[in-house]
Design a binder for this molecule. Structure first.
Ligand code: PLP
Length: 384
């Protein structure tokens, strides 16, 4: 028998430090309310921001595609796995982001791996926000380019790296809405700097896509600077209610990835029904102005109410609201008691967030009702 006791030892340390993570089985769709066994819980921690994951039009698009194309794509994209829904989806994404071309991947994580380990090369610089998502950080760690980080607002540090003649090319990589704090990157400033230093700007709109901008293209669109972003990354796995990542960029970027990106070349193509559903989701997102407005109203209402209760919502200005508790054990306890009182809000702890900043990451959905938000606030207030 192989000896895995070294793993059990580490797990027991995680448990001791209130850092052990466990899977929770849910027995329904991820709407505003979910079922766990026979118990109903109000869900306040999913990324189903626009409630499209359970939308009947998206489900119908997936079913139609399954009837027409079967289920599995059975091959990588470069062999026999490029099926018409993939191509139609990529055309729709390119058009939405006003770029020449787009490419879809099975996950957003793989999209970041593919871009950051292929487009920036040896002798180049990858300049990341310290709080960029794990997929960006991990991708940068495995890139041949040198990788450096900055804290939000450290303009001197950013400029120091951008001005350095040590590098062939310099790539700034940022999320548009930060996934654990719910604040916005200063994209306008980054655009100014990228222009000043002739750098490239890559923006991950995972949490902005669908939620911001006239047609839902994200923060870049909302600020009117979409055309200044060289590579836009996002995922269909959050507001679009589907699955899979994508990027939109110049055709040469896409052609290069098709030829060189290992996470694109050496994996089976995304499920065809998922791409068909994604295409329908994009049509719905373009016309979801009312849902976006409702999401914003809900987020402002909930954040203000939490603040009025004396809770620390950190730097959040969006539909992601981190209620910072600090201590791991206390955060886990509050999350447990909220669960007993009918709410699912997971405790987010290090290493996902910095030590001492454990939090309840509350994410708002456009269909949450005022009553649901009020009762969540009441429950948190009692626990705090
Ligand atoms: C900013 C960001 N980028 C990328 C990803 C990965 O996307 P996906 O869940 O589609 O792999 C996520 C979410 O998990 C994210 O928050």
């Amino acid at each position: 028998m192989a000896d895995f006791s070294y793993l059990a030892k580490e797990l027991s340390i995680l448990k001791r430090d209130n850092l052990l993570r466990q899977l929770l089985q849910i027995d329904s769709a991820a709407g505003c309310t979910i079922k766990i066994g026979n118990a109903k819980k109000v869900l306040f921690c999913s990324n189903n921001y626009l409630n499209l994951a359970e939308d009947h039009r998206i489900i119908a698009a997936a079913k139609d595609a399954m009837d027409k194309f079967g289920f599995g794509s059975a091959s990588s994209r470069l062999i026999s796995g490029t099926i018409s829904p993939h191509v139609e989806l990529e055309k729709a994404i390119a058009e939405m982001f006003n770029k020449k071309s787009a490419l879809v991947f099975p996950t957003g994580f793989m999209t970041n791996l593919a871009i950051l380990q292929t487009i920036p090369q040896k002798g180049d610089l990858l300049l990341l926000d310290k709080l960029d998502h794990a997929s960006i950080i991990d991708a940068a760690k495995g890139s041949d380019a040198e990788f450096r980080t900055y804290h939000r607002g450290q303009l001197d540090r950013i400029e120091k790296f951008l001005a350095s003649d040590k590098y062939n090319r310099r790539f700034i990589v940022t999320e548009s809405i930060f996934s654990m704090d719910g604040d916005f990157a200063d994209l306008e400033k980054l655009v100014e700097l990228k222009k000043k230093y002739n750098a490239y700007l890559i923006v991950d709109e995972a949490h902005g896509f669908g939620c911001l901008g006239r047609s839902g293209a994200g923060l870049g669109e909302e600020l009117g600077i979409l055309n200044e972003i060289d590579i836009v990354v996002a995922t269909l796995s959050k507001s679009a209610g589907c699955m899979g990542g994508f990027l939109a960029a110049e055709k040469s970027v896409i052609d290069y990835l098709i030829n060189r990106a290992r996470p694109f070349i050496y994996t089976t193509a995304p499920l065809i029904c998922n791409s068909a559903a994604g295409l329908r989701a994009i049509e719905l997102i373009k016309n979801a102005k009312d849902k976006r407005e409702k999401l914003k109203q809900n987020a402002n209402y909930l954040r203000n109410k939490l603040k009025s209760l004396g809770l620390n919502t950190g730097t959040s200005t969006s539909h992601i609201i981190g209620v910072i508790i600090g201590d791991n054990e206390r955060t886990v306890q509050i999350s447990k008691r909220l669960f007993e009182n009918g709410f699912l809000v997971i405790a987010i702890r290090p290493p996902t967030v910095a030590p001492g900043t454990a939090r309840l990451r509350i994410s708002v959905q456009s269909d949450h009702t005022k009553e649901q938000m009020d009762s969540l606030c009441d429950a948190i207030a009692i626990e705090n």
